[in-house]
Write a protein that binds this ligand. Structure first.
Ligand SMILES: Cc1ncc(COP(=O)(O)O)c(C=O)c1O
Length: 413
């Protein structure tokens, strides 16, 4: 008796007919599958977990001038460091208490504690937003190129990620974005300033998006807010479907402590709080956050430094014939063209890390440089000049790129 005949009892009639007419091919296939049964019997995650992309930022070997991750490249406020030194051994034995710090941070932003959820960085905030608001089949809407963690967290919950690609100006495609909203849109994420482009979207346009999609939450990722200054934070009390995300990783210089926050109407924040662990933010971060938000003087001096450095980098790029885009963040995107990888490698050999964004949609040949202190900007530009010479880069390679158009969907690195 053939395997097909033995299996036939448990096989639906239609499949049985297919099996008979396959002339043995299907039987062979079944045998092959059966031979892999132990592997098939292994535990499998949810379908969405199998299908979601992975994010592996190039973190290894960063003992160099870090102009690659848009971190603060100097140090946090001295008040933060002083507070950290007060932390006792016993403090580390206690579960972290988030609520008291939420009250302080909320007050510093003109909000109530109920309108604020502290998170383990904005990365976790994005993850929690996807968990709280997306079911399989729902749509989430983003504008690309943008921060890759939106893809990851959305894909964990639904296959319905809708991407609206910017053109090569990287200006926010407001009309096309509005057109992409459907009754199934449940979550909209917009970074302003955006990463990796540095572009922004106006408050008026953000409010119009929120109004056009009352069934969706609009999450405005203001990770780079301090380098820009425009915000919709003052709207979270009056608009029912806007949540603002802020990070302590950039201007505050606390990337290693992993702290961010979501600010929005109590009703929405309650849902997100529900899916969050009560101990998601560590006690060291909680101890220093009140100092960080209170030290406006530090923030002002750091952002002034970034504005000056950004201006210098853009001006120098212009002189050297490298196309850049207007940036409201602590980085500048440079159009290097075909030699993008050669440049990043040459810079690394000189001890300066840049981030090749070529794999981002519409970013072929583009490399991002983070703005640091005056000295770091000087070192970065010196290395950039030497590296460009080494790879025999000419302005034509950037100018040529102006003929390129946004390429749409690509794999990220
Ligand atoms: C737009 C944007 N949002 C969020 C983050 C992540 O912030 P956090 O360090 O708070 O997780 C980044 C980091 O690069 C970013 O560029």
């Amino acid at each position: 008796m053939s395997v097909a005949s033995k299996l036939a009892k448990g096989i639906p009639q239609s499949l049985l007919e297919e099996l008979r007419s396959s002339g043995g091919t299907l039987e062979h296939e079944i045998l092959h599958k059966l031979s892999h049964l132990p592997a098939m019997a292994e535990v499998q995650p949810r379908k969405r977990v199998l299908e979601m992309p992975e994010y592996h930022p190039p973190l290894a070997g960063r003992n160099a001038l870090r102009l690659d991750f848009n971190e603060n490249t100097i140090a946090p406020s001295p008040r933060v460091l002083a507070k950290m030194r007060e932390i006792t051994a016993e403090t580390l034995t206690i579960y972290p208490e988030r609520q008291a710090v939420e009250e302080i941070v909320a007050q510093a932003h003109g909000l109530t504690a109920e309108q604020v959820l502290l998170t383990n960085g904005v990365d976790e905030a994005i993850h929690l937003m996807a968990c709280a608001f997306l079911d399989e089949g729902d749509e989430a809407l983003i504008c690309t190129p943008t921060f890759f963690m939106y893809d990851v967290s959305v894909a964990m919950m639904t296959s319905g990620l809708v991407k609206v690609q910017c053109d090569d100006s990287f200006e926010f495609p407001f009309e096309r974005f509005l057109d992409a909203i459907t009754p199934r849109t449940k979550l909209i994420i917009v970074a302003s300033p955006n990463n990796p482009t540095g572009s922004t979207i106006s408050r008026e346009h953000l409010l119009a998006i929120a109004e056009a999609a009352p069934q969706a939450v609009l999450m405005v990722d203001e990770a780079y807010y301090h380098f820009h200054g425009d915000s919709v934070m003052s709207d979270v009390g009056s608009i029912a479907n806007i949540i603002v995300a802020r990070t302590f990783s950039k201007a505050y210089g606390l990337a290693n402590l992993r702290a961010g926050m979501l600010c929005g109407p109590k009703r929405l924040i309650d849902f997100v709080r529900k899916v969050s662990s009560p101990y998601n933010v560590n006690g060291v971060a909680l101890a220093v956050l009140p100092e960080a938000v209170a030290d406006q003087e530090y923030l002002n001096s750091y952002t002034t430094l970034i504005h000056q450095g950004r201006e210098r980098v853009q001006e120098t790029c212009k002189q050297w014939g490298i196309r850049t885009w207007p940036s409201a963040a602590n980085f500048v995107l440079m159009d290097i063209g075909a030699k993008h990888k050669l440049l990043v490698d040459a810079m690394r050999r000189r001890g300066v890390l840049l981030r090749d964004r070529s794999a981002d949609p519409g970013c072929d040949g583009y490399v991002r440089i983070t703005i640091g202190s005056e000295q770091q900007v000087t070192a970065g530009l010196d290395a950039l000049r030497a590296s460009l010479d080494e790879i025999q880069w000419t302005p034509a390679e950037s100018v040529l790129a102006q003929g390129r158009t946004a390429k749409g969907e690509r794999d990220y690195e």
